[in-house]
Every structure is written in C-alpha cells, then in structure tokens.
Design a protein around this ligand. Structure first.
Ligand SMILES: *Cc1c(COP(=O)(O)O)cnc(C)c1O
Length: 363
C-alpha cells in the first residue's frame, strides 16, 4: 500500500511526554512536575488578559511590536533584534527549521531539554549527544564534537532537568572556540531565577557576535505558560531569517498584553524570585538531610537522586509521593531513571514533600 510518508527522521523522534499532572484517587494534588510557578502570574497580567476578551475578533498585530518594545525597554535591547514566539518552544523550532537540514548535525548534552532533539530531527538533521560532568554541560566535550557538519549547539543555561549552569566565562570560551558558521543557541528559560555573580543570560554575547542567540520565556517566573509566549534576542541577519518562516500572527493579543503587564510588575517578579531562593535552599538542605543526594540547582526545581536498591528507587518514591498527591517528574526519557525532578512549590507543598520523603526514607 502506498501512502504519504514523513521525511526521514520524523518517525525516529520520541514524542514529547509532559510530566503527569494527576494523582488518581487523591483529593488534593500538588503539581510539582512542570516547573510552573506556584505563585501564579502577576494580578496585573491577569487583568490585562481579561481586558482582551472584548476584542477576540481582531487578529493580533503581526510583529508583536508592542511586546518587543516592552522587552527592549526592560532589558535595554533594540526591539528590532527581538522575535516573539508562541512559547520559546516555537522559537527553538524556528531555529531548527531555518538552520538545519538533512546531513547537518546539532550538538546537545546528555540530559538536555527534550525540545532540542525534536527541533533537530524534525528537520532531518542528526543529534550529536555529548557527556556532561556532574550533570553540568562541559564546554570541552561540546567542542570536541564539532565537525564540518555541525550547524547548531543547543545549550540551556541553566539546564532543565538538571538545574545546573555554565558560568559566563565558559559560555564565552565556547562561543570563541566554535567555528563562525555554527549557531550557538542559549536557552535562558530559567535565567530570572539565577543569582550567581558568574552567570549572564547571554545578552552580551548576542550583542557582540554574529552566531549567538538567546531564547527567553514568559512560561516560568512570569507564570504565563498557558498563554504560550517567548522571545529571542539575536543578530539582525538571524532575525531576518526567522521572520521569513514565522507565521504572520504567531503570538496572540492576550499573550502579548499579559506579558507586557507582567514585565512592568517588577515588585511581583522580585517576590517570586525571593520565594524561589528561600524554598529552593530549604528543600535542598532538608532533602539532603534525609540522606538523598540533591544536585545543586540555580533554577526553580531540584534534581533528587535515589539509590538503585529494592523499595528505595526513584520509581518507589514517585509512587509513594503520588499517593499523597505530590506529583513530581520522573526522568526516564531524560536518561535519568534514578532521579526525580521537584519544582519549588508553595510553602505548604514544600513542607509536605519533605514530610513525605522523610516517611518514605523511614518506611
Ligand atoms: C520550560 C522551558 C522552556 C520554555 O518553554 P515555553 O515554550 O516558552 O513554554 C524552554 N527551555 C527550557 C529548557 C525549558 O525548561
């Protein structure tokens, strides 16, 4: 039988499986599996969203101009060098679409964000996966994997699901050492949560080089994941290429206006950052005290490691926590079968998780 066949590579893609969001039979569920903010978006963003309901018949402005201008003002960037997308996922896929084809290679690290293999293989290109060191991207192993076919290096900084980061000096060394035809994609989805002196989201490199882009999102600290809005800061020639393949109305008006209101509410963002700082530290310490290894994180989630002993495994812990309505992220598809990822939650959720893990360890 003859029938339409997708291009080579497409059917090799493992479909993206989101973290589970329910716990059957449990009355109260805490979803700590998707790195969503426990605080919700700024009330001002919700207000802006609601105000859009009266004009749903109108197409959005096609270039996301008002949002690009607001981002430009917040970050001190030229709005002409910004592209907005329906989530940064869309932008990552635009980049793959524009820069990768059959025979090309894209480099990513062992436990990288799973959108990178999708954005690579969907365009017929090959994933070159390199080892990490202590769950952290290693610039030397990335550089060692570069070939004449390399077109993109994907790096999340901080990385999801490990929570680790690469200091800015190392990111600069990576950019300097790459051949100039290789595009360095810095995915800074969690950058607002980082408070380290040796970290920079990538703005300086984008401003001063021709082959670096930085992707950002409103899904994480801004709490607008359901609206799907992200953006990229990039050199003019890359903006030009992406604007040629971008759908003409790819960001909705409610998404744009809620994002603008959220950017303006700096006090709310500061509150969200402080909440995360406090509870990420507390969770890391308390869970460590229970005898479980936690990878130090700079983002809004932590990676908890479990032993491979009977009744003590990550699967066992996952089942135990789920019965109490605490839903974490299993990481088998991230090649981390012995770890669970926990998103920082409300004070109540965080305390319940530690209590449940204490009971699990004592069981
Ligand atoms: C959550 C996340 C994103 C953002 O995705 P959106 O499409 O903007 O919701 C991007 N990169 C990483 C590494 C993430 O974890």
């Amino acid at each position: 039988m003859s029938r339409p066949v997708p291009r080579p590579g497409v059917l090799d893609i493992a479909p993206y499986v989101p973290g589970k969001s329910s716990a059957p039979g449990v009355a109260r569920v805490f979803k700590l599996s998707a790195n969503e903010t426990p605080l919700g978006p700024s009330p001002k963003a919700i207000e802006a969203f609601k105000a859009c309901a009266l004009h749903l018949e109108d197409y959005p402005e096609g270039s996301s101009r008002v949002l690009r201008e607001a981002i430009g003002k917040s970050f001190g960037l030229d709005p002409d060098r910004i592209v907005c997308g329906a989530g940064s996922d869309e932008i990552l896929n635009f980049l793959g679409h524009a820069f990768l084809g059959a025979g090309d290679e894209a480099i990513m690290t062992e436990h990288c964000f799973l959108v990178y293999p999708i954005a690579t293989m969907a365009n017929g290109a090959k994933c070159v996966v390199v080892p990490e060191t202590d769950f952290t991207a290693n610039v030397d192993t990335i550089l060692a994997a570069v070939t004449p076919r390399t077109k993109i290096v994907w790096i999340a900084n901080p990385n999801n699901p490990t929570g680790t980061y690469v200091p800015f000096d190392e990111i600069k060394r990576l950019q300097r050492s790459l051949p100039p035809h290789v595009l360095l994609v810095i995915d800074a989805a969690y950058s607002e949560y980082v408070s380290r002196n040796d970290y920079e989201a990538g703005i300086e490199l984008v401003a001063t080089t021709e082959n670096t882009v930085m992707c950002r999102t409103f899904s994480k600290i801004h709490g607008l994941a359901s609206l799907r809005v992200g953006w990229m800061y990039a050199p003019a020639h890359i903006i030009d290429a992406i604007n040629r393949i971008r759908g003409p109305f790819n960001v909705s008006t409610p998404a744009m206006l809620a994002a603008i209101a959220s950017l303006a509410d700096t006090a709310y963002l500061e509150h969200a950052r402080a909440h995360n700082d406090q509870w990420r530290g507390w969770l890391t310490e308390e869970i460590g005290k229970l005898g479980l290894k936690v990878t130090p994180s700079v983002a809004n989630f932590i990676l908890i490691h479990f032993p491979q002993e009977k009744r003590r495994t990550a699967d066992d812990a996952d089942a135990f926590l789920t019965k109490r309505g605490l839903v974490l992220r299993g990481l088998k598809n991230y090649k981390l079968p012995h770890a669970l990822r926990l998103t920082v939650g409300t004070e109540e959720a965080n305390r319940l998780v530690v209590e449940a893990l204490r009971d699990f360890q004592g069981s």
